[in-house]
Design a protein around this ligand. Structure first.
Ligand SMILES: Cc1cc2nc3c(=O)[nH]c(=O)nc-3n(C[C@H](O)[C@H](O)[C@H](O)COP(=O)(O)O)c2cc1C
Length: 161
């Protein structure tokens, strides 16, 4: 799948079959994250790949759909870096596209993660000075959602707003 097809077909998937994901696929997805652009090339990120079912269950708290993810990728950022939010977002988007290209569903869980940040940092052994920005569940989708997007004509402006 080329990058345009991955961009076109990616959607947040919240229904997984529960199948496990080969380690090499998870490495390819994280590799896409670590190759993202970052302000001053600081690369202020670490990625925790979680495949342990009990830990995934704990990270799912009361969200049953998350429990069915084959793996979770936690994006840990260094807030000392000036553009850590933008850098983290770039890494997450790269991983969503890479996972899509490999046939996996994902969901950018940021609101959810930040609500539970302290508890999840403790569970995952994240140092106090780092931020746990996003959890990305990765799984084999039960189905591919087709959420509507604004059209190009609605958002594109040429030369001036
Ligand atoms: C910054 C950000 C935070 C998000 N947080 C959550 C979240 O906490 N829980 C969730 O289920 N989806 C979350 N999402 C996914 C969005 O709901 C989803 O991207 C949006 O509805 C558009 O759908 P699509 O991803 O299928 O295009 C988040 C997405 C972004 C970019």
């Amino acid at each position: 799948m080329d990058v345009f097809e991955a961009i076109r077909t990616r959607r947040s998937v919240r229904q997984f079959t529960g199948e496990t994901i080969p380690r090499e696929d998870l490495e390819r997805i994280v590799d896409a994250g670590r190759l993202a652009a970052s302000g001053s090339n600081k690369q202020p990120w670490d990625f925790i790949v979680i495949t342990d079912r009990a830990m995934i269950g704990q990270l799912a708290t009361t969200s049953q759909w998350i429990e069915k993810a084959g793996a979770m990728i936690a994006v840990v950022m260094d807030p000392e870096s000036r553009w850590w939010v933008e850098d983290g977002a770039a890494a997450v988007q790269n991983m969503l596209l890479a996972a899509t290209a490999l046939g996996y569903g994902t969901c950018w869980l940021e609101g959810y993660t930040l609500r539970h940040e302290d508890a999840f940092k403790a569970l995952l052994g994240v140092p106090a000075e780092k931020r746990l920005m996003v959890l990305v569940p990765v799984g084999v989708p039960v189905e591919w959602p087709t959420k509507e997007k604004k059209s190009l004509a609605e958002v594109i402006h040429w030369e001036r707003y």
